[in-house]
Each structure stands twice: as C-alpha cells, then as structure tokens.
Design a protein around this ligand. Sequence first.
Ligand code: HEM
Length: 183
Amino acid sequence: MQIDRYSAPARAIHWTMAALILLMIPAGLVMVQPGLDRGLQNALFVFHKNTGVLLLLLVTLRLFVRFRYASPALPATLPAAQARAAGASHLALYVLMIVVPLAGYIRVRAGGFPIESLDAMGLPGFVPRSDALAETAKAVHYFSSLTLAAILCLHIAAACFHGIVKRDGIFSRIWPPVGGGLR
Ligand code: HEM
C-alpha cells in the first residue's frame, strides 16, 4: 500500500529528538566557556549528560521504528540529485546521532565522571577509566557535534524550502508530530 507520511511513532520521535538536540548543542557550547558561573555550569552539565543519554535511547528506538514501519516514497517529481542528497544527509544524520552521544558517554565514563540518572539506577559504566580514552572521545565528541550542527542547518534549510517555498508535500511527510492519523 502506498503511504504518504511517516508513521505516528516515527514523527513523534523525530520531533522530540529535534527539540532535544537543538537544546543540547547550545548547552554543550555554553557549559565549556571559561569564567561561566559555577552553578549554571553544573546545571548545564547535568542537563547535557542526562539528556544526551536519553537521546542515545531515543535513536535506538528510532532505528527500530524505521525498520518496523514503512517510510513514504519521495515524490517522483523530485530531481534525482536532490533525492540522492536527501538520502546521503539522512544517513549522515543517523550516524552522527549515534556517534555524538556515544562519544560524549565514553568521554564522561572514561574520565571517571558521574551520569546522575544512570548512577541513581545503580547501572554500571561499561567503559574503563582511562585518561587517553577520555581525551580521544572528547575530540571525537567535539568534531562530530560540530559536523552534526552543520548538517542540521542544511537539513532545516531544505525542510523550510520544501515546506514554505515549494510546498511539494515533502514537509507534510514528517508533520504533524502527533496525530494526523495513527498508523
Ligand atoms: C545528541 C547528543 C549530543 C549533542 C548534540 C552534544 C553536543 C555537544 C556540544 C556541541 C558540545 C560542545 C563542544 C565541546 O566542547 O566538546 C558538547 C560538549 C560536551 N558533551 Fe555533549 N552532546 C551530546 C551528547 C552528550 C552525552 C550523551 C554526553 C555524556 C553523557 C555528553 C557530554 C559532553 C561533555 C562532558 C562535554 C564537554 C566537553 C569536554 O570538555 O569534555 N554529550 N556536547
């Protein structure tokens, strides 16, 4: 059967992750600024680490939903180069949505720092304490999060172009976040 939009779970997870990632990037950039108020810095670190772990869970769920429910086909009128660009950027976003939080997690655990929500549940860290590993993961987290931010800018620009300028139905494949027919 031909479908015209993503499943309800896929749309709900997409917009939840979008909102959280758009908060995580500025929080990450601000919390490492020298001279920041100590209380604000601590609050941002606690928010960033724990929301980041939640994002790691959400991307796992998202991959499951992606394979469980069919995705709508792109309109046949879309030029092949644009369809290829969309496919490549979506693949890059999936890879980065895994690499960025995973590197952040390894950086924190290898550095011997707490992740309050997981620690409160008594979960093990799974990552050995190692300064060298923490430094490598820190560099991976830094570069991959900036790459994610850059690709997100392109993704948002493309979404606005299709939703506001072209109005070709591509934006309404992923909208609304909830409702619009449960499938
Ligand atoms: C999609 C999820 C995430 C995004 C978009 C993100 C983004 C960022 C950004 C933009 C920075 C500032 C760049 C830098 O100085 O490294 C940063 C820093 C940081 N992030 Fe994340 N992050 C995510 C997940 C996580 C997770 C899951 C953790 C740990 C549990 C984490 C821990 C950290 C730490 C500790 C820093 C400070 C870097 C340092 O000095 O070590 N992040 N993050």
